[in-house]
Design a protein around this ligand. Structure first.
Ligand code: PMP
Length: 398
């Protein structure tokens, strides 16, 4: 008998299990809400990116239902052929206005935006400079470029300056330089010093690209994101990328910037050109999410109130909450095994929060990552904090 060519599937999976690095998928049985049913148990949800509870909001649901009735469940094509619906165009106009940009373009996902656009912005003879903790979708986008690559230390502007100075000496001179950073870092909840990055890179004529997946509907005026947070414009930050899959409560990636960025991006990004466009209910629900952000500021305000209450209580109990400056709150545990145990015990106590372990973070830096939600009540928060205290003492973390 010949050798089974797929034998590696089992052996590599078993290796992950042995190292406790495998994903153990839990099943969400119903909507993503502050009290959700997961694996048959009611739990307080502390790990959803649905920051504002919009994924189950009646206005978004109604908009999706109406769009199915008027436009059907699918677009029938990629956008450049027959799948460019009025709803997609309207969503882009609304998003651009919300972001204060000349134009926006919607991609199927945030991953597709990064993987599709980054390799078109730079190529042979160019340099791309990336924060060392950037998201995996940026890393994959960077891997697809033929540009040279450099890394700067996490949020370290002087180190970025060092890389830029070295780049200046390169012969032949680089044609284009692209600096790319997450806005809010998804594992630590800290914010990129975007204003200083802009200042540092201006004399070098570099393009700036920010991935604000975790900053929009969270930071800035009314949740307009990191560019608004730092009072910058799209002349300072040339590509503001984001996603509808987190605080907006739906799915889909997007970029905002100049009109020519939009035209360039939709003519060149292969992920955009060669993949079917969003179903009408998705586009309509995203428009409804923008409506809510523009008219109901209470959601973003509650998110921050809940965040302040939770982080202060956790710190009072002696938990280390790392570098968090946003509703992403890492509760530092240390070893991967302990973080896994912590999460399982929290679940038994009725709290759903996931461990983040190596290789997503460095060894010894395993954590429980809490993602705060505007719809959690004071009672929910107090129950969650009590569970953290109980498990923290049990496992000698506090
Ligand atoms: N960038 C960052 C920083 C993210 O956290 C994510 C989602 N994990 C993405 C991009 C990808 O977004 P999407 O879910 O829309 O593909």
């Amino acid at each position: 008998m010949t050798r089974d060519p797929t034998a590696f599937l089992k052996s590599e999976y078993e290796e992950l299990v042995k190292q406790a690095l495998d994903w153990r998928l839990r099943e969400l049985q119903g909507p993503s809400s502050p009290r959700a049913i997961v694996d048959g148990k009611e739990v307080i949800m502390l790990c959803s990116n649905n920051y504002l509870g919009l994924s189950n909001h009646p206005k978004l649901k109604q908009a999706a239902i109406d769009a199915i009735k008027s436009h059907g469940v699918g677009s029938g094509s990629v956008r450049p052929i027959a799948g460019n619906m009025d709803l997609h165009e309207e969503l882009e106009r609304r998003l651009a206005k919300f972001k204060g940009a000349e134009a926006s373009l919607v991609y199927q996902t945030g991953f597709a935006a990064n993987a599709g656009l980054i390799p078109q912005l730079v190529g042979k003879g160019d340099l791309i400079i990336s924060d060392e903790l950037n998201h995996g979708s940026i890393i994959d986008g960077v891997r697809l470029t033929r540009a040279e690559r450099a890394i700067f230390k996490h949020t370290d502007v002087p180190d970025l300056g060092r890389v830029l100075d070295e780049a200046k000496k390169h012969k032949p001179a680089y044609n284009r330089i692209l600096i790319i950073t997450d806005g809010v870092f998804s594992m630590d909840g800290d914010i990129a010093p975007l204003d200083q990055i802009v200042k540092m890179s201006n004399p070098h004529g570099a393009m700036i690209y920010v991935d604000d997946a975790h900053g929009e509907a969270v930071l800035g005026k009314g949740g307009r994101g990191i560019v608004s947070h730092f009072n910058l414009t799209h002349r300072d930050v040339h590509v503001e990328m984001g996603t509808f899959s987190k605080a907006f409560g739906v799915v889909g990636g997007h970029i905002s910037g100049s009109e020519y960025l939009r035209k360039f991006a939709y003519n060149k990004s292969r992920t955009w050109l060669l993949s079917g466009s969003h179903p009408p209910p998705v586009a309509a629900a995203c428009i409804a999410a923008i409506d809510i952000l523009e008219t109901e500021p209470k959601h973003v305000e509650n998110l921050w109130k809940n965040r302040e209450y939770f982080i202060k209580s956790m710190q009072d109990f002696g938990f280390n909450t790392g570098m968090s400056e946003t509703p992403i709150i890492p509760v530092m545990i240390g070893e991967s095994d302990d973080a896994q145990k912590f999460s399982v015990r929290l679940f038994e106590e009725g709290v759903f929060a996931l461990p983040i372990v190596y290789p997503m973070v460095a060894r010894g830096q395993a954590r429980i990552r809490v993602i705060m939600n505007s719809a959690l009540t004071m009672e929910d928060l107090n129950s969650a904090i009590t569970a953290f205290e109980k498990v923290g003492k049990e496992l000698n973390i506090i």
